[in-house]
Structure formats: structure tokens, C-alpha cells
Design a protein around this ligand. Structure first.
Ligand code: KDG
Length: 307
């Protein structure tokens, strides 16, 4: 048995989430897609670790405390005295979320492959990375590929979430690098929104065909938002419908999906059951403000599924 079910690698952020549209009132919380996913997984009972750099500042200390409170191993979360912890604001308008970031030059963007010498990737069942982990800087991108290489060498399965952020990189570079990463991933979790930018396709079947033709060899779960997800396990495709809730804020719902999915796989669910569970967890995560605070526990997801 591995020491960890899931090790995540990427950029954690401090979040300021608007609580009333049109009003300058913000709730401080936490974000960063891979950190959100790892916390979601930990709340489902998975044994998790997070790999990153944070600044030697109050926000870095708060993130460290958050992971400890969530029983996430922090040995791979390094404090960088020369850079700050990144942050972002979320505002809610008629078009949905508007994100404003202050992350340029952040501690996490200074990660480099040497940071992986602790060997935690090799001790996990899954490594979870994302398009954001790849996009924040060239050295972070190198770190993700180095982690993937370590994972593949050690039999750790690689999970990649597309999480495309076009403010971080131009679409052609994003497509080229994500294509390379998806070829190396055992599990690819694209969203329909992201893939529309990368492929030009607006329907799920064509999008999945494009991903297969691009060389993705593993399990693909195409996220359709509140409609659910399409599972392509390499043998067939099945739609797993989403669950309806009164949503307030969808920040981090995709990350909750990823973390819950991997947690349930690590606990022995087949892919169909894991996707159903992840749909339910992601739906529940939209019932409160922010990326982390509303992430449900296993007991909450089980109760919701029973109801
Ligand atoms: O998925 C939610 C994330 O987008 C949020 O927590 C911030 O990681 C973030 C990012 O870079 O957008």
C-alpha cells in the first residue's frame, strides 16, 4: 500500500470572494485548483499531500494551517523567502464568475524540479496536476513534467485536469503543452468549456474524439458542468448526469469533482461509481461561497446520494 492516495502539485492561492453582487464585500478564503482538489479528497477520507511553494508571509502561514487542519501532509509545501503567496478576487456578474488575480512572480511560480527531491510523488497512488500548474511559469511547467516522469517511473498514476486559464498563457502554447501532458496522463479531466477553446468543438463526442486523436491513452472524464460528465474509459462512453442543487457559487466545483473522483477510485470504486459520487460532491460544493469552505465531507455526500 502506498503512503498517500493522492499527491497534488500546483499553486495555492488566497481567495477573496464577493458575497453580494455589486457590493464591495469579500469573504476571505482559500483557492488554487490543485489545493482545492486535495482538500476535497482529504474530506472524502483520502490520504493526501500537497507540493508547492508559498511565501514567508501571513497568507502562506494561513495556507499551511489550512492543510494541517485538513490532515494534508505539508512536507512538500516549501516556504520561499523571496516571493509572495498569490491571491485572487472573485466577483459575480450576469456572465458568472469574474476572477482578478495577483499571482505574477508568486512563490509557487518559482517551483523547480529540484523541489521534488523529497520523493513524495513516488509514494502516492495518484499524482494530480493541472493546466494551471503547467501555465504559471516555465519552471513550474518543468516541475510538472519532472513530477510526471517520477510518477510514471514509480507506478504512480497521473491525473491531469485541463483547467485552462487563458490569462496565464496563449491558447496555442496551452494546446501544445496540454496535449503533451495528456499523452502522459492515466486520467484526463477536461471541461467542455476549456476544450471548446482548445479544439473549436462544442459537442462532447467530437471533443472526446479530438482528445483520443491527440494521443490521450487513459480514462477521460469530460466535465459538462451542472449536466454532469461523460466517462470514456477507452472501451465505451457513458453520460453520468449531474445532480441539481440550489447553487450559489460554482468556484472550485471542478476541483471538488477531481479530488472526490480520485479519492473514491483510491477507495476501490469503479469509474462509473466514482464519477457519480464526484458529481454529487461537486454539486454540493456550489451551495456556499468560495472554493474550500463549502467542500462537502464524505458523510454529507453519502447523505445527499441516499436522499
Ligand atoms: O477552480 C477554482 C480555481 O480557479 C480558483 O481556486 C483559483 O486556482 C485558481 C486559478 O488559478 O484560477
Amino acid at each position: 500500500m502506498r503512503d498517500f492516495d493522492i499527491v497534488g502539485l500546483g499553486e495555492p492561492l488566497i481567495e477573496f470572494n464577493q458575497t453580494r453582487p455589486g457590493h464591495p464585500e469579500f469573504l476571505q478564503g482559500y483557492g488554487g485548483d490543485t489545493s482545492n482538489a486535495i482538500i476535497a479528497a482529504a474530506r472524502q477520507g483520502a490520504r493526501c499531500a500537497y507540493l508547492t511553494r508559498i511565501g514567508a508571509d501571513v497568507f502562506g502561514e494561513q495556507l499551511m494551517q489550512l492543510w494541517r487542519d485538513e490532515s494534508v501532509d505539508t512536507r512538500g509545501a516549501m516556504i520561499d523567502p523571496h516571493a509572495h503567496t498569490g491571491l485572487y478576487f472573485v466577483q459575480h456578474g450576469p456572465e458568472g464568475h469574474v476572477f482578478s488575480y495577483m499571482r505574477h512572480g508568486s512563490a509557487a511560480s518559482r517551483m523547480n524540479p529540484e523541489d521534488l527531491r523529497h520523493g513524495l510523488v513516488e509514494r502516492a497512488a495518484f499524482l494530480h496536476v493541472s493546466g494551471i500548474s503547467l501555465a504559471i511559469s516555465a519552471t513550474a511547467c518543468d516541475t510538472v513534467f519532472a513530477a510526471i516522469e517520477r510518477a510514471r517511473g514509480a507506478g504512480t498514476q497521473v491525473c491531469l485536469d485541463s483547467n485552462l486559464r487563458l490569462r496565464l498563457w496563449p491558447v496555442d502554447r496551452a494546446r501544445a503543452i496540454l496535449r503533451e501532458a495528456m499523452r502522459l496522463a492515466d486520467v484526463f479531466l477536461p471541461s467542455m468549456d476549456d476544450m471548446r477553446h482548445l479544439t473549436g468543438h462544442t459537442d462532447a463526442a467530437r471533443t472526446l474524439d479530438w482528445i483520443r486523436a491527440a494521443g490521450a491513452p487513459g480514462v477521460i472524464v469530460l466535465k459538462l458542468g451542472r449536466e454532469g460528465a461523460v466517462l470514456d474509459d477507452g472501451h465505451g462512453r457513458v453520460i453520468v448526469p449531474g445532480l441539481v442543487v440550489d447553487a450559489i457559487d460554482a468556484t472550485g466545483a471542478g476541483d471538488c469533482f477531481a479530488g472526490s473522483l480520485l479519492a473514491r477510485r483510491a477507495q476501490g470504486d469503479d469509474w462509473g461509481a466514482a464519477v457519480r459520487y464526484a458529481n454529487a460532491a461537486a454539486a454540493l460544493s456550489t451551495r456556499g461561497f468560495g472554493a474550500v469552505q463549502p467542500l462537502p465531507t464524505a458523510a454529507e455526500v453519502d447523505a445527499f446520494l441516499r436522499a
